[in-house]
Design a protein around this ligand. Structure first.
Ligand code: ZN
Ligand code: ZN
Length: 417
């Protein structure tokens, strides 16, 4: 037997998956987002330039493709969608801003699989490109909070927010942080020692208990904000209060990617275990120019992990307005002689919008009735030689057991009432 690739999964029941896509689509259209799609394959260079060479995603987790010719140098399966959407903005010469778009689909990262973490996973990504106003950030976070809370009826989650300031702020903070780490070099773990030189803000993501205890005393980015950033940070908090978003300031929240600055946020839940972030995002004011545009387009975006959200929704499916499946009716031709008639009847019913199955295999009427029952049929429509001769159907209500004999031409009318 050939097994599926490690870290991938077969979805055999898409009810929750489809529910997420349908509801987020409706939700985002209310906020005037347009649904777009970008390729799953991109040039590796796109992510090197946007996420940063030193990030774990680019340095360790990329699914790069074997090169087959001179023209397709360095391609990979996308590890996330923000960089792709930013590329699409630049490449398609989008002029009208803010450009508010969303997409969903599979992303790929070569990580160690565990609960809620797959190598092929699905995300909903939404971006507002070309809007610098901090009010946009408050509106964006409220939009996500409203979706999780009101549409999905989730309440076991927290909104964590931090403010990373501008480049100058982070440069000043990094100097202070380097000094702090050097003073404590005997305590910090080897990963943090390595990150100190390569991607210093990531030290805060360390899971080592000694490191975490030490970092409660580390310099925090929000203490290094310039006047302008400090005022934006205060405005953001005020507006979130105004919009009744309950959030917590987490000063060590940095998100792992280089393009983030100013606002970063995560939605986390205790229902998820170690991989507890089910939505994350932030502001990226310089990415568009870094990808070749003539000017900066301040932007904000977020991604929702569909698999993780499904894990959370699984726990209280009963609260969701999941779409009810239509009633199933099963046509049972008692021998191959009645197959043609069964096909015609099914075709008529399907044209009238009924969900219909024909049982074409079965050695006895009894076993076919058992099968119809197992499939959860509302009505069984039995056609034997007698029914064929008299142009009738025997209809059995599978719940009450009541039998009715009908003209074939009356079946649609009967099922409709
Ligand atoms: Zn600043
Ligand atoms: Zn550490």
């Amino acid at each position: 037997m050939i097994r599926r690739v490690k870290g991938t999964q077969d979805f055999l029941d898409l009810t929750l998956f489809d529910f997420i896509i349908t509801t987020i689509s409706r939700h985002l259209s209310r906020y005037h987002f347009t649904h777009i799609t970008t390729p799953i394959i991109e040039h590796t260079e796109l992510f090197k330039r946007s996420l940063g060479q030193q990030t774990d995603v680019v340095s360790k987790e990329m699914f790069t493709l074997e090169t087959r010719s001179q023209d397709d140098d360095g391609m990979c399966l996308r590890p996330e969608a923000t960089a792709s959407i930013a590329r699409a903005f630049v490449e398609n010469g989008i002029q009208t801003t803010p450009w508010k778009v969303w997409t969903w689909g599979p992303m790929f990262r070569y990580e160690r699989p565990q609960k809620g973490r797959f190598r092929e996973f699905n995300q909903v990504s939404m971006e507002i490109i070309g809007s610098a106003s901090i009010a946009q950030d408050a509106h964006f976070i409220k939009m996500l909070d409203r979706y999780f809370h009101e549409t999905l009826h989730l309440n076991n989650y927290a909104v964590l927010i931090n403010f990373l300031g501008c480049q100058q702020d982070r440069d000043r903070m990094k100097i202070a942080l380097t000094t702090f780490l050097e003073k404590n070099s005997a305590i910090i773990c080897s990963t943090c020692t390595e990150r100190k030189d390569k991607n210093i803000l990531r030290i805060f993501d360390c899971k080592n208990q000694d490191c975490q205890t030490l970092y409660t005393k580390a310099p925090y980015i929000t203490d290094f904000l310039c006047d302008e950033c400090d005022s934006e940070w205060k405005t953001l908090q005020l507006q979130l209060h105004l919009l009744s978003v309950s959030y917590a300031h987490k000063p060590t929240l940095v998100r792992g990617l280089d393009y983030y600055q100013k606002t970063v946020f995560e939605f986390v839940s205790n229902d998820l275990g170690a991989q507890n972030t089910f939505c994350g995002g932030g502001r990226y004011d310089h990415l568009i120019k870094d990808l070749g545009a003539s000017q900066d387009q301040p932007s904000i975006g977020a991604a929702i992990g569909i698999e993780r959200l499904m894990l959370m929704l699984e726990l209280h499916k009963d609260r969701l307005a999941l779409e009810q499946l239509p009633s199933l009716h099963i046509i049972i031709p008692l021998s191959t002689e009645q197959h043609a008639l069964a096909l015609l009847l099914a075709d008529t019913l399907q044209a009238a919008d009924f969900c219909v199955e024909i049982l074409l295999e079965g050695d006895s009427a009894k076993s076919m009735m058992r099968k119809a029952n197992k499939l959860g049929a509302a009505y069984s429509l039995i056609i034997g030689s007698e029914e064929q001769a008299t142009k009738t159907v025997s209809v059995k209500n599978m719940i009450t057991g009541e039998d009715t004999h009908l003209a074939q031409s009356e079946v649609v009318k009967f099922l409709k009432k």
